[in-house]
Design a protein around this ligand. Structure first.
Ligand code: FRU
Length: 507
């Protein structure tokens, strides 16, 4: 083991033990200590699910990338494993960037981007190549044949510097990997390579080239069959905002198409790229196929442009809940993995409730507002770790609002306005933010005859919203004082709703 890896393993063991119990979310995978970003190597190995991640243990800021490592049997309870890789070789000395993993022949194969910096004639050169490591579920040996995929294999009109984040899979006896890249004139693209043995690769084709407005560089691609179609996922940098979509700078998109595995031709069936999540805190998702045939996805629950980590925390970043994916009429649907239900504790079912007034007044400066205007609280519905579904009936209300993480002067708002069909997550009044940051995001919601369904999964600082059975998802952070644990309902006009609330208890 290299000194760098040894040091990281010792550091994480010692320092993660110092983090106060209860400071982290319970069922979302979190940074052990220091910084994490993209999920990597999300895969099955010997009957368990492994998750690796971009990792800089030594500070809560991005730095020379290591691969951290954890595993789980059910996507809810996570076991931390020792750091898997450090940037300790000539070809990855400036970072082990994102990549993927696969079980094959009893081995765990990692395919990742090695970043190398050098100087030539006073000029700083950065190279990104795809590299291989073999492991047993805990320890990894980098291949001596690295780098395995070099950018000189790319077609002439492709950029040779930005070339990263391979996602590997196997078809028959051949390995394939889709890698993120861009054209010389700054359009994102996903490029396909294949190999007999994972150490020698050949260029196959450009799977898909993005339109100008679909970002300049496609990071972290994923490519898989789903419900009779083929889905290409990418996280494009510098997206152009469109309507309510892509307001996060770097977005995440999915393309739905068909794929001919003989000719390696991917064709869009849906012409436009769609947002996977309406953020503000979602990026670089990765999927795996479970042995029982579910395509599940996990994402980084943060965005590059928001940094809300409270001062004094020695860890930064966590992942979304793992989500089951489906296509319905060419639209991506996502819901939390069903394993979450095994952790339900107390339950409250409200039956029909009418609310009129309250809550929305927070949008009016200054705080605080008189308590009778704060909205309706329902006995038992409270807390920061729960799974709650709210059905809002058709009606002539103008706005229906759910306040989370609320106390006398703060709240994190989720509200729906039927006039514009927009659902908004808003942390303008949530408290706890350390500096100005993206505070609100909205998405259009299709009501079903006037009714909408909102499923909210909260885990201390993370809120995930799934609309109408998963037609839209929003991933949002709210790093506020945990004592703010009230949940309130309010409306402009008379609204009728029902709620089913489940406590989530992770021992
Ligand atoms: C995406 C990304 C990847 C890269 C990694 C570096 O968030 O920029 O493209 O491999 O993060 O940490």
């Amino acid at each position: 083991m290299s000194e760098k890896l040894q040091r990281a393993r010792e550091f994480e063991l010692l320092e993660s033990g110092k983090i106060p119990v209860g400071q982290k979310p319970d069922f979302h995978f979190c940074s052990p200590v220091g910084w994490i970003n993209d999920p990597n190597g999300f895969s099955c190995f010997r009957g368990e699910y492994h998750l690796f991640f971009q990792y800089h243990p030594y500070s809560t800021k991005w730095g020379p990338m290591h691969w951290g490592h954890a595993k789980t049997k059910d996507f809810i309870s996570w076991e931390l494993l020792p750091c898997a890789m450090a940037p300790d070789e000539e070809w990855d000395g400036q970072g082990c960037f994102s990549g993927s993993a696969l079980e094959d022949g009893g081995r765990q194969i990692l395919l990742y981007t090695g970043v190398r910096e050098s100087e030539e004639g006073g000029k700083r050169l950065v190279s990104q190549t795809q590299c291989v490591a073999f492991g047993d579920g805990r320890d990894f040996i980098k291949s001596e044949k690295n780098p395995a995929i070099c950018p000189d294999l790319l077609p002439e009109d492709s950029d040779r510097k930005e070339f990263r984040d391979p996602k590997i899979w196997k078809e028959g006896s051949r390995f394939y990997a889709v890698v993120g890249n861009k054209t010389k004139d700054d359009c994102g693209q996903a490029v396909l390579f294949s190999s007999e043995d994972v150490e020698n690769w050949a260029f196959e084709t450009v799977l898909e080239r993005g339109k100008r407005e679909e970002g300049r560089m496609w990071e972290c691609p994923d490519f898989f069959p789903l419900d009779g179609r083929q889905v290409l996922i990418a996280s494009p940098q510098f997206m152009e905002a469109k309507g309510l979509e892509f307001h996060n700078g770097n977005g995440t998109i999915y393309l739905v198409g068909s794929y001919d595995s003989e000719t390696h031709e991917f064709r869009r069936i849906v012409p436009e790229a769609r947002a996977i999540d309406y953020d503000p805190d979602f990026y670089a998702p990765q999927t795996l196929l479970t042995p029982d045939g579910r395509r599940v996805m996990i994402g980084w629950m943060k965005s590059w442009d928001n940094d809300l980590t409270p001062e004094g925390f020695s860890w930064c970043g966590f992942m979304t809940i793992t989500r089951e994916l489906h296509l319905k009429g060419d639209k991506l649907y996502q819901l939390p993995v069903r394993e979450l239900e095994n952790y339900y504790g107390k339950a409250v079912e409200t039956g029909p409730v009418v609310v009129e007034g309250g809550s929305f007044v927070y949008g009016r400066d200054p705080l605080p507002v008189p308590s009778e205007e704060k909205g309706l609280e329902i006995p038992g519905i409270r807390g920061r770790q729960f799974d709650m579904t709210v059905w809002v009936k058709a009606g002539d209300y103008r706005r229906f609002e759910i306040d989370l993480a609320a106390d006398d002067s703060h709240k994190t708002m989720l509200y729906y306005e039927p006039g514009s069909s927009a659902l908004t997550f808003d942390r303008t009044w949530s408290g706890g933010q350390i500096h100005d940051t993206v505070s609100s995001r909205s998405c259009y919601v299709a009501s079903r005859g006037g009714e909408i369904e909102l499923r909210i999964v909260m885990d201390r600082y993370g809120v995930e919203v799934f609309v109408n059975g998963g037609e839209q998802a929003m991933s949002c952070l709210t790093y506020t004082d945990e004592k703010a644990d009230r949940i309130r309902f309010g409306s402009q006009g008379r609204a009728e709703f029902e709620a089913a609330w489940r406590e989530l208890k992770i021992e």
